[in-house]
Design a protein around this ligand. Structure first.
Ligand SMILES: [Fe+2]
Length: 156
């Protein structure tokens, strides 16, 4: 699957700008982590793009999150391997992650929120967010409190 196809598919199902931004951010992080680990960067980026494709559909129902995503992806001809990673990424239903792509997705999904929150503090200027800022804010538990630090730490 190509990045452009994944983007088009995402935009068919997810329309709200914050959720799109979250998907783009998670995809970018997945790509970089894959490059760092010598994994398939194109595939990992697509996993990041598509991981929350059912976001608008399930409207916060965590019993269906990931399950509907899997269904949408399979119906649209996305490879089973990618769809399965998306299905399992709902940590409220699944867990025991041991595949590198699954662990990276847990971390990317969470740290993307932290990075975006850091950028918002800087007036939306993501280019001004440094690793130092992110590390500092990581330790400040009251900052972006919904961002689950333990999921980011899985990647260690
Ligand atoms: Fe997500």
């Amino acid at each position: 699957m190509e990045r452009d196809e994944a983007l088009a598919l995402l935009r068919r199902y997810v329309t709200s700008p914050p959720h799109l931004v979250h998907s783009y951010a998670t995809a970018s992080i997945m790509r970089k982590v894959a490059e760092h680990l010598g994994e398939d960067a194109s595939k990992w980026e697509i996993v990041g793009l598509l991981h929350d494709i059912d976001y608008d559909l399930v409207e916060g129902d965590m019993e269906r999150h990931g399950i509907e995503g899997y269904r949408i992806l399979i119906e649209n001809g996305v490879p089973e391997e990618i769809a399965e990673t998306v299905r399992r990424h709902n940590h409220m239903l699944f867990g025991g992650y041991n595949q590198p792509v699954e662990i990276a997705l847990q971390a990317a999904d969470s740290v993307s929120g932290l990075i975006i929150a850091c950028a918002l503090v800087k007036g939306g200027a993501i280019g001004e967010v440094t690793p130092r800022t992110v590390k500092k804010k990581f330790k400040e538990k009251s900052f972006a409190a919904g961002c689950e630090r333990h999921r980011i730490q899985m990647i260690e």
